[in-house]
Design a protein around this ligand. Structure first.
Ligand SMILES: O=C(O)C1=C[C@@H](OP(=O)(O)O)[C@@H](O)[C@H](O)C1
Ligand SMILES: C=C(OP(=O)(O)O)C(=O)O
Length: 447
């Protein structure tokens, strides 16, 4: 699926007054794509209310349609578009799926394809071919599923177990993988494991396990659908075989995409209220109030909204281990570029395999503005330095693009080369950002 908004240059607006804004964010990518996939494997029809509508969710919708699900748009009550009604069908082969740059699609859909009745070819954007995929291929082979792959990455073809020469079904049982490069390898197998004859017992053996909250999200999504799914050891999980119940679900706003809006409060000072902040959630973005505290932000959850306040001015330095929340790291590093003390973020070596090599991208972008950032074996360190306007390259990465927006709040003339990269998970970003800066008075920024 081509990226429709490719290369849209954008001058990041600079804030001219303290923030006073209320923001409503579109649905969570991680929750939407899990709900879509589980609905396609369920025992009846499900409706997703207020789903995310973005490139990554469209890729998941198209992929599941190719694999046999019927997915229709139905009128919704959300600001960001229609609901999605999903009717499962027998998993079928015979298609090609373009995963774009969506990690959830490229890791989750091949495991679904293993249940099908023929070959399914997977590919993606040029950079998707560089993202780690070895464990997807190895785990399918360990499950007895044939995968044709010249290299341990995209493109490859999965031969569904019900197809010619297949074993008729995926038996499941006990397997071991190394999920050091991505928690999505674990989530993918757990999401589909209930449809294996013997369910699945999965062990991770490797030097680190990033993004544990995303695995917890997977387990919870399964349990909400009546599947017995649980952690059975430090890095071991079990999913019992059985039906996946249909479920109508209202998708929470994307709390990870709240990161730049909340970082803006630290950068500029003032107050931002985020609507629809869940009291309980499995989203890793729920850690944001705690992550922003060392930078001087205070947060309050009341009446279903999160209110974040900061005084503005000098941003203190900080040292954070973000292994559980790597997807939030680019935003924190952007604050680091504006801080008056050193900011070090560690535990995030694996984000070199995200949409782009995020550590390199951030080091280069900060350097291009005259800043001082340095790559560490498992992270990044930013030293205080005066910044000047200049080019900020997005590298097709939504979170690098929005990190540029955060820096631009205090540095006039930051030119993000491709704000269209935000179409991956938050296509409305430029409008929402402008709305936040305009505030109730409508005069909070220079463009
Ligand atoms: O399962 C998911 O929905 C995700 C898991 C995480 O992946 P990694 O473990 O590769 O970081 C996260 O960074 C990504 O944005 C979404
Ligand atoms: C790493 C991310 O995405 P993906 O799902 O493509 O891995 C992300 O959104 O920060």
């Amino acid at each position: 699926m081509p990226n429709p908004d490719h290369s849209r240059p954008w001058t990041a607006p600079t804030a001219t007054s303290r923030l006073d804004a209320r923001v409503q964010l579109p649905g969570s990518k991680s929750l939407t794509n899990r709900a879509l996939l589980l609905a396609a494997l369920a025992d009846g029809g499900s409706t997703l209310h207020r789903p995310l509508r973005s490139r990554d969710s469209r890729i998941m919708v198209e992929g599941l349609r190719s694999l046999g699900a019927t997915i229709r748009e139905t009128p919704g009550d959300g600001r960001f578009g229609p609901d999605l009604a999903v009717t499962p069908g027998p998993i079928r082969g015979g298609s090609s799926i373009d995963c774009g740059l969506a990690g959830t699609a490229m890791r989750f859909l091949p495991i679904v394809a293993a249940l099908g009745d023929g070959p399914v070819a997977f590919d993606g954007d040029p950079h998707a071919r560089e993202r780690p995929m070895a464990e997807t291929i190895a785990s399918l082979r360990a499950l007895g599923v044939r995968v044709d792959a010249d290299e341990p990455r995209l493109p490859f073809t999965v031969h569904g177990a019900r197809g010619p020469g297949g074993t008729g079904s995926v038996r499941g049982g006990e397997i071991e993988i190394d999920a050091s490069a991505s928690s999505q390898f674990v989530s993918a197998l757990l999401l589909v494991g209930a449809r294996f004859d013997e369910g699945l017992t999965l062990h991770h053996r490797g030097e680190r396990l990033p993004s544990l909250p995303h695995i917890e999200m997977t387990l919870e999504a399964l349990r909400q659908r009546g599947v017995d799914a649980r952690r059975v050891g430090d890095a071991s999980w079990r999913v019992e075989p059985g039906p996946i119940a249909a479920l109508d679900e209202r998708i929470e706003p994307d709390l990870s995409n709240a990161a730049p809006f909340l970082a803006a409060v630290v950068a500029v000072g003032g107050r931002v209220v985020l609507d629809g902040w869940p009291r309980e959630t499995t989203q890793v973005g729920a850690l944001l109030p705690q992550l922003l505290e060392p930078f001087g932000a205070t947060s309050r959850l009341a009446d279903g909204c999160l209110e974040v306040e900061a005084v503005g001015g000098a941003i203190p330095g900080a040292s954070l281990d973000m292994h559980a929340a790597g997807e939030l790291a680019p935003t924190i590093v952007a604050l680091g570029a504006l801080a008056s003390g050193p900011v070090e973020v560690t535990g995030i070596g694996h984000i070199r395999g995200h949409e782009t090599d995020r550590i390199r991208a951030l080091v280069d972008d900060i350097a291009a503005l005259g800043g001082r950032a340095q790559s560490l074996p498992d992270g990044i360190r930013v030293e205080p330095a005066p910044l000047a306007g200049g080019a900020w390259r997005a590298f097709d990465d939504h979170r690098i693009a929005t990190a540029g927006a955060v820096v631009g709040l205090r540095v006039p003339g930051v030119e993000v080369d491709d704000i269209g990269a935000t179409a991956k998970t938050i296509p409305e970003f430029p409008e929402l950002w402008a709305g936040m800066l305009a505030g109730p008075g409508g005069e909070g920024a220079t463009a």
